[in-house]
Design a protein. Structure first.
Length: 276
């Protein structure tokens, strides 16, 4: 039990670091703004993956047997960049260059494998198909690495997601895990208003995925779900809160994409310092 608590405390500490980094990077971006809310809903997912699950070497980013991670909801890149910096793929100072001219850290990821960015992502609905290609190639070549793809619930409006959902079980890709960030909001409104995404667990299960529903902000639940063995591709349905961590942004879709002011930054930092 002590070891479990120590693990959870460590992951919670890293989550606070990543949220602080998202705040710092958003403030530095200034008028360029950022996709703030959707980045915050992914923090615990990313921290669990990079701290406990993914097999990689940040000092050898092109290592052939590394696990592959694809951020399909590419607009939520602030958490991803912050996590890569935390793990040493590039300096944390580089985050100050987010959305600046000639920076490699753009508003949507652009492939840069030496910096840990495996694929370019912008248009929603593409990442899962990319992941299937990578996982299938690994299977054909008898490689042991695994592929993980983080998608959004608003992204599930795209038909290409469901084509991919059919394909993965067909090719028996047990080396593929998709994580669905289910925060119930998308760019212009709620899922209920724009395109209902109810019964997601039943839908993915009916496509012959091993589907597990978890609290997407509980690192212990996430880690256990990632470690479940299955002969099917796995879908982790992570129930999350958009803008998680700060009162002014939680479940507030104004923060899908917005400029962070210094006053809001100071309020958020105080909340972060006061949190457990």
């Amino acid at each position: 039990m002590k070891e479990t608590n120590k693990n959870i405390n460590h992951l919670n500490l890293v989550c606070k670091k990543i949220r602080k980094s998202i705040l710092d990077t958003s403030l530095a971006a200034g008028a360029s703004s950022s996709h703030f809310g959707g980045s915050l809903s992914t923090v615990e997912i990313l921290v669990t993956l990079f701290e406990k699950i993914l097999n990689f070497k940040s000092n050898e980013p092109l290592w052939e047997n590394r696990d592959r991670f694809i951020l399909s909801k590419g607009h939520a890149c602030l958490g991803y960049y912050s996590m890569l910096a935390e793990k040493g793929f590039f300096s944390k100072d580089s985050l100050n260059l987010f959305e600046k001219n000639d920076s490699f850290l753009l508003g949507h990821p652009v492939i840069n494998k030496k910096k840990g960015i495996e694929f370019s992502n912008g248009s929603l609905g593409m990442g899962l198909s990319l992941g299937i290609g990578v996982a299938l190639a690994a299977k054909i070549r008898n490689k042991n690495f695994k592929t993980y793809v983080l998608i959004g619930d608003g992204e599930c409006n795209e038909g290409s997601v469901w084509e991919a959902a059919m394909s993965a079980p067909h090719f028996q890709l047990k080396n593929l895990t998709a994580i669905l960030d289910n925060n119930n909001l998308q760019q212009t409104g709620s899922n209920k208003e724009i395109m209902s995404s109810s019964n997601l667990e039943k839908k993915w299960t009916s496509f012959n995925w091993h589907t597990i529903t978890v609290d997407g902000h509980n690192t212990d639940e996430l880690e256990k779900a990632f470690n479940v063995e299955s002969n099917k591709p796995k879908l982790i349905l992570a129930k999350t809160i958009k803008g998680k961590g700060f009162k002014f942004s939680e479940n507030n879709n104004e923060w899908h994409h917005k400029v962070l002011t210094k006053n809001q930054y100071d309020i958020a930092i105080q909340e972060l310092n006061d949190s457990k």
